[in-house]
Design a binder for this molecule. Structure first.
Ligand SMILES: [Zn+2]
Length: 134
């Protein structure tokens, strides 16, 4: 870039036009430049914070993915189904489960994976979408 040229540009921060010496100058002044920098840092901090929040929220789900046996509640979280739906699928024998006692029903993770690995004729889980209400 030549420093002898004078070129009209629009400041990326305050949107006013200014005369720049290079074709890549982004800001009209040092003030706009530092304000834009501070704004970018702030936005990065917010983005990082949001990312952390998402990671913390998803942590239980990540842990569930590595579990060999799941409770009904854990499976509902993993699949994004309600607990009732999971029980319904168990009762309809669409999901294998083992009842250790009344409140201890476990589902083997590999059984769930297997559901998605092969196409099973006459063995479909049909989940109807909830109708939208106005
Ligand atoms: Zn400016």
């Amino acid at each position: 870039m030549s420093s002898n040229i004078q070129i009209e540009r629009i400041c990326s921060f305050c949107s006013s036009s200014f005369i720049a010496k290079t074709t890549t100058t982004k800001y009209c002044s040092l003030r706009c430049s530092s304000k834009a920098y501070k704004k970018r840092i702030k936005e990065e901090k917010i983005a990082n914070s949001n990312l952390q929040t998402i990671q913390i929220k998803n942590q239980p789900l990540t842990e569930l993915k590595f579990k060999e046996f799941l409770t009904v509640k854990q499976l509902s979280l993993l699949l994004g189904f309600s607990i009732r739906t999971v029980y319904r699928l168990i009762n309809a024998k669409k999901i294998n489960s083992y009842n250790f006692s009344k409140r201890k029903t476990l589902i083997r993770r590999s059984d769930i994976d297997a559901l998605f690995e092969k196409t099973q004729i006459g063995f479909e889980i049909v989940i109807r979408p909830v109708e939208k209400r106005k």
